[in-house]
Design a protein around this ligand. Structure first.
Ligand code: FAD
Ligand code: NAD
Length: 475
């Protein structure tokens, strides 16, 4: 096998593997090196997202939601069920099968795009060389015209509650519980805390979530955040805001977590504690001396808007660089870089990256929050539509939440769309497309939406921005 490639990608997560595939599609010779190892010691492509993130968490979210609905909702539909019980091992087996199908799919995709997939540790050497160390310690050096760094991120550890990977775990550990913890503690009411807190709550855990900030989902439109907190509290998530964790002690199989909040010093005893306080870029042993690739003060690889690092011919994408730590953001960066390397035009529109929190109700948004628009001093209008007034949502027994459209008063351009409710993560795609095309509220108003669908809620919210909603009184 040749040791010389047009492109060598380090990391085969959702940022690295699309970069490799697109480079292959662009008729460049490409190798992708990845070191991910599963708990059983086997290698797998796909990175955090496929192995320990997006995919396994969504599998468990789906299963746990079904379990919850059997208990809480089927009777309302007139469906009587008896003897429902949980087989967590079967649920975990299903999750593992989905992960396996997804990760082995990448091997097939590499093959069809002509990508050489290599398992081992990649280290950038000066002169666009990549040293690959295999499991047995053997090394080979690849020469590349371009190197793409896509080494991803790892969970942040909390000094006052360090991981022991049994009682105090990260998100990967929390996806792999083999029994439902009677009491679960979660530190951090961010995306992971809420998604995994929801999974275990629905499966029967008592869940306490400790969030340091005084505001819930501080990065989200606060009207949405308020609505979300109301539903999560109703579901039994005990969310404590402004809670500073001061320590955690493990004894007799339980964790006592100590924290301070508005009520003073407190403690909670739980069976498992999940620490989900954010993730940090992973660049351990990635860069040899003299590569010239710079990191910023938080450890992210420094890049420009086209993901060029400080060294010519070396690019970096995904969680290891600035911007939201999202699989689809990394994917678009990887694809952009592979197209730029091939001399084609490409760009990522960082203003239209959607965010989704896969709880029930689901939360999704794109663009600016009302708080951001207000702060920017721009005159704006808002249109909202509650799912309670949607025929399809009523038929689905999923009427919680609403759609909110924010547009500029002067140009009518859509500035942000915020959705909490059924399939919000799917519905947001229309808003992303609209914003990608700089659409106006009127554009959505004049677009025909099938009836009865959830997407009509977006249509009606756009109409409501001009007090022209049909299916809900205009205010
Ligand atoms: P990673 O996925 O972390 O992949 C990096 C890869 O590079 C890994 O395989 C790593 O082993 C390998 N690597 C690192 N260094 C080297 C080296 N020197 N040599 C060889 N290989 C190396 N995002 C979403 O958009 N939607 C979601 O629903 C979602 N859910 C999530 C749920 C959880 C529980 C978690 C933890 C994350 C979730 N994310 C989600 C975030 C998403 O997983 C990340 O944004 C995404 O995986 C980042 O992709 P990446 O390719 O940059 O890095
Ligand atoms: P996050 O940044 O979403 O949330 C972390 C939360 O922990 C924040 O609310 C923060 O204020 C809080 N926090 C920080 N330090 C704390 C402390 N000492 N005590 C209590 N609370 C503390 O991070 P995450 O939930 O760990 O997720 C990591 C990344 O993974 C995110 O960037 C996210 O984008 C990505 N992710 C995305 C999805 C999705 O797209 N659905 C799902 C899971 C993860």
């Amino acid at each position: 096998m040749s040791d010389s490639f047009d492109v060598v990608v380090i990391g085969a997560g959702p940022a690295g593997y699309p970069a490799a595939i697109r480079a292959g599609q662009n008729k460049l010779s490409v190798a992708c090196v990845d070191e991910w190892k599963n708990r059983d010691g086997t290698h797998a492509f796909g990175g955090t997202c496929l192995n320990a993130g997006c995919i396994p968490s969504k599998a468990l979210l789906e299963s746990s939601e079904l379990f919850h609905r059997v208990h809480g909702e089927f009777a309302t539909h007139g469906i009587k069920v008896a003897g429902v019980s949980l087989d967590l091992l079967a649920m975990q087996k299903r999750k593992a099968a989905i992960v396996k199908a997804s990760t082995s799919g990448i091997t097939a995709l590499f093959k069809s795009a002509g990508v050489t997939g290599l398992q081992g540790h990649g280290r950038l050497l000066p002169g666009r060389k990549v040293e690959v160390t295999a499991d047995d310690g053997s090394k080979r050096v690849l020469q590349a015209k371009h190197v793409v760094l896509a080494s991803g991120s790892i969970p942040m550890e909390l000094e006052s509650a360090p991981f022991d990977n049994d009682s105090i775990v990260d998100s990967w550990g929390a996806l792999d519980f083999t029994s439902v913890p009677r009491r679960l503690g979660v530190i951090g009411a961010g995306v992971i805390g809420l998604e995994l807190g929801s999974v275990w709550r629905r499966l029967g855990s008592e869940v306490i979530v400790l969030e340091a900030l005084p505001d819930f989902l501080a990065m989200t439109d606060q009207q949405l955040a308020k609505e979300a907190l109301k539903h999560f509290k109703k579901q039994g998530l005990d969310v404590r805001l402004g809670a500073k964790v001061t320590g955690a002690t493990i004894a007799n199989g339980a964790v006592t977590v100590r924290f301070t909040d508005g009520k003073g010093d407190q403690s909670a005893e739980v069976d498992k504690l999940v620490v989900a306080i954010g993730r940090q870029p992973f660049t351990k042993n990635l860069l040899a001396e003299g590569t010239g690739v710079e990191l910023d003060e938080r450890g992210f690889i420094k890049v420009d808007h086209e993901c060029r690092t400080s060294t010519e011919g070396v690019w970096a994408v995904g969680d290891a660089v600035r911007g939201p730590m999202l699989a689809h953001k990394g994917k678009e960066e990887g694809v952009m870089v592979a197209d730029l390397i091939a001399g084609q035009f490409s760009e990522v529109n960082y203003k239209t990256i959607p965010s989704v929190i896969y709880t029930a109700p689901e939360i999704a948004w794109v663009g600016q929050t009302e708080e951001q628009v207000k702060q920017a001093g721009r005159a704006y209008k808002v249109g909202s539509f509650p799912f309670l007034a949607s025929g399809r949502a009523r038929a689905m027994e999923s009427t919680a939440g609403f759609v909110k459209v924010i547009s500029a008063t002067d140009t009518d351009e859509i500035l942000g769309v915020h959705i909490i409710g059924p399939l919000a993560g799917e519905l947001i795609a229309e808003a992303v497309l609209a914003m990608e095309y700089s659409a106006s509220t009127e554009d959505i108003q004049r677009t025909i939406h099938a009836h009865p669908t959830l997407s009509e809620a977006l249509h009606e919210a756009a109409l409501a921005a001009d007090k022209r909603a049909i299916d809900f009184p205009n205010r």
